[in-house]
Ligand binder design. Structure first.
Ligand code: GRF
Length: 206
């Protein structure tokens, strides 16, 4: 099965998939990496692994140019006929039109805990009720709110941002001396394990 990865940044989660693939531990093959950012290091990681890499420049964040960009992205992804599309640090919101073209195939990584019911709170394994953090700054938000615990979520993507059926979730304790960087790095270490396991589970048809 083919996997397309969309990303905007460093691509350490992509690397986890590529490493698993090289070790024979991935139930599929990364066939395409696409990005809205030319400088995304994930594109280099793809090329180093011999995987097709596409940079699709985004010239406007709204209006017809934004729509054209998404259409081009969808066309390129469609060429590779992926069974699964992983948003691994992809900082753009995909429209319903994109998602309808790849029904049930798009999954997203989110560096915080999200609830299964789409609500505003999450109950941790220890029974603590904490706010569901959504948006692009959730690691900083977790620190700012003084939460004792945060985590990461992998979910199916629906047109509603940071929502959709939960596929996997893991908690990460926050330490008193954590900075945004140290906390995000610990979350990402967990995300890298979780994405490989979840992709394998999905491709095995579970
Ligand atoms: C991850 O924390 C992911 O949840 C978030 O962006 C980060 C991507 O990290 N959406 P990387 O580019 O894979 O290193």
């Amino acid at each position: 099965p083919g996997i397309a990865v969309l990303l905007s940044g460093s691509g350490s989660n992509l690397q986890a998939l590529l490493d698993a693939q090289a070790a024979g531990d991935l139930a599929g093959e990364v066939v395409l990496v696409a990005s809205d950012r030319a400088q995304a290091y994930g594109l280099q990681r793809a090329l180093q692994a011999g995987v097709a890499a596409a940079y699709i420049p985004l010239r406007a964040t709204r209006g017809p140019q934004r729509q054209q960009w998404e259409q081009r992205l969808a066309d390129i992804v469609a060429c590779f006929e992926p069974d699964l599309i992983v948003l691994a640090g992809f900082m753009r919101v995909l429209s319903a039109a994109f998602l309808e073209r790849f029904p049930n195939r798009v999954i997203n990584q989110h560096p915080a805990l999200l609830p299964a019911d789409g609500g505003d709170t999450v109950t941790t394994t220890s029974g603590l009720v904490i706010p569901a953090l959504r948006g692009a700054h959730v690691v900083a938000d977790a620190l700012r709110l003084g939460l004792p615990v945060t985590g990461c979520t992998i979910h199916r993507v629906t047109p509603r941002v940071d929502d959709g059926p939960i596929l996997a979730r893991a908690e990460v304790p926050i330490q008193p001396d954590d900075t945004v960087e140290s906390l995000h790095e610990r979350i990402k270490a967990v995300e890298r394990r979780l994405i490989v396991a979840t992709v394998n589970r999905l491709l095995a048809g579970e």
